[in-house]
Design a protein around this ligand. Structure first.
Ligand SMILES: Nc1ncnc2c1ncn2[C@@H]1O[C@H](COP(=O)(O)OP(=O)(O)OP(=O)(O)O)[C@@H](O)[C@H]1O
Length: 293
């Protein structure tokens, strides 16, 4: 998936603007951003449900929307659209009727593994069970790209793990590309190998997680009267808690510093620092602690 200077404007203003990024084939990409950042809008553009106002997006080499959703792309929207009056078995049969390429045995196996009764009506399922059925319908198409908008939101911790295992084994088996949005950064760590971080409708960080981690360090040291002394262009975010200061540094900015402990950030720490720096006015617990000290 490639976006070039992509923008989408609604009546109230721009939801996305000047977004350029690549998600190479076979990656599991985390789409991260605060509420209203433009994640669902980006997914709707990628699936062809919306048209760009500016720039373009290409999925599997095509412009989405010119000939409907790409048949090799499956999208699981936040509201998990399913026919509420259908039973689970009827829903899977609808999947078979509506898709030229459909792996019925696989979809059925995913429903069985989720312990969902095939004779139960969709309207009677719990939110988590509905997610599992919607995922079976999405994966039954054996897509080359799977887009998941907040797929884990209504799942208990065990079900979250099971859903991610299902997705990851499909990735390992078929090389499918995945983009998934989530507000729970801890769920993405160790699962996603690529990151697209949106804030205020713009891309603030993008790339392979390993490269992003290698390009940043968390510096931890005692809070100093004169601050950390690094050029602002190298500092993503600095936070003081009590007597300690934590600074996320990029572009090798840590190389000449002394007296600081240096550690590699994980995906969650990296994303949090960029999200905080993109919303500097939003109060954080750390800021509140500093204010109270
Ligand atoms: N159909 C619409 N008409 C007008 N404005 C919209 C529409 N859909 C989204 N927006 C606006 O576009 C911006 C981005 O919304 P979007 O739903 O893409 O964000 P999001 O990152 O998915 O948010 P969340 O995490 O809360 O789901 C928001 O300011 C939102 O109010």
């Amino acid at each position: 998936m490639t976006a070039i200077d992509l923008g989408k404007r609604y009546r109230r203003g721009w939801a996305l603007r000047g977004c350029s990024f690549d998600v190479p084939a076979g990656r599991v990409s985390a789409l991260v951003g605060p509420n209203g950042a433009g994640k669902s809008t980006l997914m709707a553009l990628a699936t062809g449900l919306l048209r760009p106002t500016d720039g373009e997006i290409r999925v599997l080499g095509n412009r989405p929307g010119t000939r409907g959703t790409h048949r090799k792309l499956a999208f699981l929207a936040q509201d998990k659209p399913l026919y509420r009056r259908f039973t689970v078995a009827e829903m899977l049969r609808a999947g078979r009727a509506l898709n030229t390429e459909w792996d019925h045995a696989y979809a059925r196996r995913l429903v069985d593994e989720a312990d969902v009764d095939p004779d139960a009506r969709i309207s009677t399922l719990s939110g988590g069970q509905r997610t599992r059925v919607a995922l079976a319908v999405a994966l039954g198409r054996r897509p080359r790209i799977l887009m998941l908008d907040e797929p884990l939101a209504d799942l208990d911790p065990l079900a979250r793990e099971e859903v991610m295992q299902t997705v990851m084994s499909e990735v390992a088996e078929t090389g499918m590309t995945v983009m998934l949005s989530s507000h729970v950064l801890a769920d993405l760590d160790g699962v996603c190998d690529h990151l697209v971080l949106l804030a205020n409708g713009r891309v603030h960080l993008v790339g392979d997680v390993d490269d992003l981690i290698a390009g940043h360090r968390v510096m931890i040291g005692p809070r100093r009267a004169g601050g950390h002394g690094l050029p602002p262009g190298l500092v993503v975010q600095a936070r003081a808690t009590g007597r300690q200061e934590t600074v996320l540094v990029k572009d090798g900015g840590w190389q000449d510093v002394t007296g600081w402990e240096l550690i590699e950030p994980n995906l969650e720490e990296l994303a949090m620092a960029y999200l905080r720096s993109a919303s500097p006015t939003r109060p954080t617990r750390a800021a509140a602690e500093v204010a109270a000290a």
